[in-house]
Design a protein around this ligand. Structure first.
Ligand code: PBG
Length: 324
């Protein structure tokens, strides 16, 4: 035997020298749930270790994350039922607490990167990402609503707009409206290959945003499809997306990989609520080691080709890196 791969694994120092994939806190985006009010930190039952925060308690939390090297946050609003309507008007209303909170966060920590979510679901009385009429999700009629939402968010200081709605043509529509309104510097991280997945359950619990009827299969992608992800990516790229996202991450590592091979802009992946919930549940039962499982999952997403990873593990992983 003249070739023995084990020689390159014989000590920690050699293993570290030949390590092919590195993952740091700078690659992580931390999704955070925001609720209107004061002194609120409510744990999400189906996503332990994650909370719905009111702004006053979120500010020190964000500071703690920054001290661990996590500087990018994706903020999602939990909106009371009485503020929801068919056309999601609260999403761009003057008094929207989410927009006020973003403004305050940017004032308090100008160096952070704030990403937002653009889709109708948290504000829609139908719980769908697009406008519903006679049981159908309308595409072109949804676009101006999404654009209004995006402009209101840009005005509040969002750095990266995250259209998660999967309507056709929305990236180009939003890009155009942002530019016309003086927000050429605001980026778009498109949910490019977003699949109709069973792994979004805990997120919908957190925001109480599940569809009131039907499912999202006429706009989110079929998990069986891979080439279609390339088509979505071509569209988003040509419409001006700055990042292409794959969502969920773990069951879709092949999709992350082909987008990375085929497009020369950053690829990101969303390690979604259900993927993290499985690890929380198994580790609480003593079936899996939390830190090792989380690290292996995040590393695999990075190895597949993700430049950035949205994950509920962001803070814990950054803490782990710091302790190492
Ligand atoms: C809203 C949205 C969803 C997620 C992010 N943005 C849910 C959905 O499409 O139903 C899911 C994130 C997660 O599960 O962590 N359009």
């Amino acid at each position: 035997m003249n070739i023995r791969p084990r020689r390159n694994r014989k000590s920690m120092a050699i293993r570290a020298m030949v390590e092919e994939t590195k993952l740091g806190a700078e690659n992580l985006i931390y999704p955070i749930f925001l609720e209107d009010g004061k002194n609120i930190k409510t744990e999400i039952k189906s996503l332990p270790n994650n909370f719905r925060w009111s702004l006053d308690l979120l500010l020190p939390e964000v500071e703690q994350c920054m001290n661990l090297g996590v500087n990018t946050f994706d903020i999602f609003p939990a909106v009371s039922e009485h503020l929801k309507d068919v056309t999601a008007t609260y999403s761009y209303a003057e008094e929207n607490f989410y927009l006020h909170a973003i403004r305050k966060l940017k004032e308090s920590f100008p160096e952070i990167v704030i990403m937002s979510d653009v889709a109708m679901d948290p504000y829609s009385s139908d719980g769908h990402d697009g406008l519903v009429r006679n049981g159908k999700i309308l595409n072109d009629e949804t676009l101006p609503i999404l654009a209004k939402m995006a402009i209101a968010q840009a005005q509040a200081g969002v750095d990266i707009i995250g259209p998660s709605d999967m309507m056709d043509g929305r990236v180009g529509f939003i890009r155009n409206e942002l530019d016309l309104n003086g927000y050429a510097d605001v980026s778009i991280m498109s949910y490019t290959a977003k699949y109709a997945s069973a792994f979004y359950g805990p997120f919908r619990d957190a925001l109480n945003s599940a569809p009131k009827s039907g499912d999202k299969k006429t706009y989110q992608m079929n998990p069986a499809n891979k080439r279609e992800a390339l088509l979505e990516a071509e569209l988003d790229f040509s419409e001006g997306a700055d990042f292409l996202m794959v969502k969920p991450a773990l069951c879709y590592l092949d999709i992350i990989h082909i987008l990375k091979e085929n497009f020369n802009i950053p690829i990101t992946a969303y390690n979604v609520s259900g993927e993290c919930a499985m690890v929380y549940a198994a580790s609480q039962n003593g079936w899996l080691n939390y830190e090792n499982t989380m690290s292996e999952m995040l590393l695999s997403i990075r190895r597949a080709g993700a430049d950035g990873i949205l994950t509920y593990f962001a803070k814990d992983f950054a803490q782990l890196l710091k302790n190492r």
